[in-house]
Design a protein around this ligand. Structure first.
Ligand code: ASC
Length: 150
């Protein structure tokens, strides 16, 4: 009994610790995945931005739905940057893997800001959304400036 529990725990630990690269059969699959997730996140972020900037009328429900999606989508791209995926159809800079801690910090910053944006949108307060949108956009830009080729 004890042994089988230990085996199950070991299997679970192995599954959780599975390298991110194992999620993708080929490097180009990881590149496609991260670009797709960033594109979809950008689309929903822009929908919040259109309201934050007054380009489209403010609709609290639409803002909240889109901010929810951004907060969820912001979790996705990072597992799709395994070692060896700096080649091919990508603008990813080598610094992503050289300064992996700094890259993780940038990814964490986006996730933290997008959670704040989600909370602001949920509150329905347009001024709070504007502030949080600005901070979230700044986190997108900071990462692009450092880790993405122009
Ligand atoms: C967006 C989007 C980004 C960021 C970035 C902020 O709407 O798609 O990548 O904002 O441009 O500077």
């Amino acid at each position: 009994m004890k042994t089988s529990i230990a085996l199950i725990l070991a299997a679970l630990a192995a599954a959780i610790a599975l390298p991110a690269s194992a999620q993708f059969a080929k490097p180009e699959d990881a590149v496609k995945y991260r670009k797709a997730s960033l594109t979809v996140m950008g689309a929903h972020f822009s929908r919040v931005g259109a309201m934050a900037s007054g380009r489209v009328p403010f609709d609290a429900k639409v803002a909240a739905e889109n901010a929810d999606l951004v907060a969820t989508l912001a979790k996705l791209p990072w597992a799709a940057f395994p070692e060896g995926t700096d080649k091919g159809d990508t603008r990813a800079k080598a610094e992503i893997w050289k300064d992996a801690d700094k890259f993780k910090e940038a990814a964490d910053r986006l996730q933290a800001e997008s959670v704040k944006l989600q909370a602001a949108a949920k509150s329905g307060n347009l001024d709070a959304i504007k502030t949080a949108f600005g901070a979230t956009g700044a986190s997108c830009k900071a990462c692009h400036d450092t880790f993405r080729k122009d």
